[in-house]
Design a protein around this ligand. Structure first.
Ligand SMILES: C[S@@+](CC[C@H](N)C(=O)[O-])C[C@H]1O[C@@H](n2cnc3c(N)ncnc32)[C@H](O)[C@@H]1O
Length: 308
């Protein structure tokens, strides 16, 4: 999908595009190479990712500005870097390949390491706190909600019985053993959903999303675009909701009547039904399987009064 994402920003007005999840800088590199009218405001909560991206993108000089924070602190980042408006924004949510592949980050059931999973290593709260500190009911809720795991209660009970759990390998073994043998043979690695759920909880991944999308839309100039790639149904629901709110001004009037609530529409939907990756894309990229892309374009504010 990378080509398609980069193409979305071809005609945006000159200025800075927010890369809210700079990661290794892959998307930003292509954006900077292809579209000379834009610079990148790159945010990441992971300092290792920011350092890697700064090295990779050094040749673009001051067309790249970076800031270490959670993306819902966008206003603070723009003030600190003296950027008033955005020409667009890109969110490529979730975890990066280096976070998964570097064993000591403690994200992966494939490598043995201390339970960690913090995207921002300055945060004190880690996977060990969730796994060893939550009640069985809270753990089951997290695993069911963020992992869509049918056996969440069994897994939570097994975790509580085996505490203290110090490592990813031990956690993975406990999860696998808690899932009935027949169910282990479908849907990828049996611990995948539980690890995803714990990671989302540790990093508060859903909490930051709605305010960040709202702010990105608000700070984008007309003609600019906001694109979000999400990998989890809970994320996609939030993205859809915030984009629809901007496209309708959050109008609460009955649909059969004209709008009387002073709602203001600020975007038009470019891609409302999420684009899902092709089989070939899924075969090339292990994260692509669950990706959903939604896009809006900023328009001059329009009162929806009487327009429906
Ligand atoms: C999927 S990777 C991005 C990869 C990037 N698009 C590239 O081309 O290299 C997601 C990145 O976003 C960061 N991230 C995730 N949630 C974040 C948040 N709420 N605030 C800031 N950074 C976040 C992660 O630390 C990770 O580096």
């Amino acid at each position: 999908m990378a080509d398609e994402i980069v193409a979305l920003f071809e005609d945006v007005p000159p200025g800075f595009v927010l890369d809210a999840t700079l990661g290794g800088g892959g998307h930003s590199e292509q954006l900077l190479e292809r579209w000379p009218q834009i610079g990148i405001l790159g945010i990441d909560r992971d300092v290792d990712a920011l350092s890697a991206a700064q090295i990779r993108l050094a040749r673009f000089g001051d067309r790249l500005r970076t800031y270490h924070c959670r993306f819902d602190r966008l206003d603070e980042a723009m003030t600190a870097l003296s950027i008033d408006t955005l020409s667009g924004a890109l969110f490529d949510l979730g975890v990066s390949s280096p976070q998964l592949d570097i064993a000591e980050r403690g994200f992966s059931y494939r490598n043995d390491a201390a339970l960690d999973m913090r995207m921002d290593r300055t945060q004190s709260w880690s996977a060990a706190d969730v796994v060893n500190g939550y009640t069985a009911a809270d753990l089951a809720h997290v695993i069911q909600r963020y992992g869509d795991e049918r056996f969440a209660r069994r897994i939570a009970a097994a975790i509580v019985a085996a505490r203290p759990i110090e490592s990813t390998a031990v956690l993975a073994e406990i999860v696998v053993a808690a899932i009935p043998a027949a169910a282990r043979r479908t849907g990828g690695h049996p611990a995948k959903r539980t690890f995803q759920a714990i990671r989302i909880e540790v990093n508060g991944e859903l909490d930051a999303l709605a305010p960040a999308i709202d702010t990105a839309i608000e700070r984008t100039v007309p003609g600019g675009r906001v694109a979000v790639l999400s990998y989890h149904s809970g994320e996609d629901r939030i993205v859809k909701d915030r984009m629809r709110a901007a496209a309708t001004g959050d109008c609460a009037c009955p649909p059969e009547l004209p709008c009387v609530c002073d709602a203001v529409q600020t975007v038009r939907i470019v891609r409302g039904v999420p684009r899902t990756p092709s089989k070939a894309e899924q075969a090339n990229n292990r994260r692509a399987g669950s990706a959903r892309l939604r896009v809006v374009e900023r328009i001059p504010d329009v009162a929806t009064r009487g327009r429906r």
